[in-house]
Write a protein that binds this ligand. Sequence first.
Ligand code: HEM
Length: 333
Amino acid sequence: MKGLVIIGACIGAMGAVYAAAAGQFSSTLSAQKIVDRQEGEDPFTGFRRAHAKGICVAGVFKSNGQLAAFSQASIFEKAETEFVGRFSIGGRNPTAPDLAAGVRSLALDFRMDNGERWRTAMNINPVLAVRDPASFYEQLAATAPDPETGKPSPDRIEAFFADHPESADFREWQSRFTPSSSFATETYHSVNAFLLKGEAGRETGVRWSLVPVAPIAEATLEGQDALQKELFERLDEGPVQFRFLFHVAEAEDDLNDPSQAWPTERQQIEAGIVEIVSAEPQAQGACNGINFDPLILPAGIEPTADPILHARSSAYAVSLRRRALETLLEQTK
Ligand code: HEM
């Protein structure tokens, strides 16, 4: 009887995993519903339903070999790996003014010599305000523009935060964050945690960040595309570099909760330098058709059970299907 209960529990758990992978997170919430809320009443057809405005970049990751003891992924051997990436700002509007955005992001698609790919999409916020897809769905409603004013309602946002005490770390970050004058001088975070798999079954929980090498400079930026313009000008002078830092979890850090910051004294391992050498507009760029699904991982990096991480994967697929179909229909008109 005990055996049957265990088998039943296993089948139930597997069912939940398959349902999440198929984009159904509960009896009432799906990836489609989340993306419906992200795109709003009047979607920008042909564009990403989140982080719609971006710029393609390309470059090389120069690994120093220090992470090879923790992960068997070939990218961490002492070698160089090329990537295509994308800087973006948060939001659904592909022509939004760069400087008004509350979120800046960097996504990378590493192309390993053995044919494997690793995709990571990172944000400037080190944690999220929520820890599960249902709360993320609520947050989308709470932060949506009020139909009367066309702007988000501060009262509604305040009420949402009050109902979600897990947002404390996010709010603390938000209260002290000052945007810099360049995509090149922000720090970008994985937010979700992952598992590194090393030799002899060694397993290490990590989050990662890209930390800028260039110092923050005072600059007066202007125009709708101020950050993109600044990036093109900066790349004319030379590459843009980031240190690739891995933060190692300790037993008390919850790998499945992206809303909680880990203490700053956690071990940090620098895996090498991410160097961006060129940029191009997204419309014709190599990054435009890429789905930066955070579950596209090489052998040696595995997902945690974090429900937000799995929800992201299915939401990105929904967004890609919608924008790819719209682009195709536009081309065949
Ligand atoms: C439940 C939580 C989340 C949902 C539902 C969600 C949803 C989405 C969707 C639908 C897209 C557009 C995908 C495409 O069409 O290619 C997107 C893009 C993106 N998301 Fe998320 N996201 C979530 C959390 C996060 C988190 C935690 C991060 C950062 C750590 C993040 C970073 C990004 C970035 C950087 C992009 C743009 C990727 C690119 O340049 O193509 N998202 N997100």
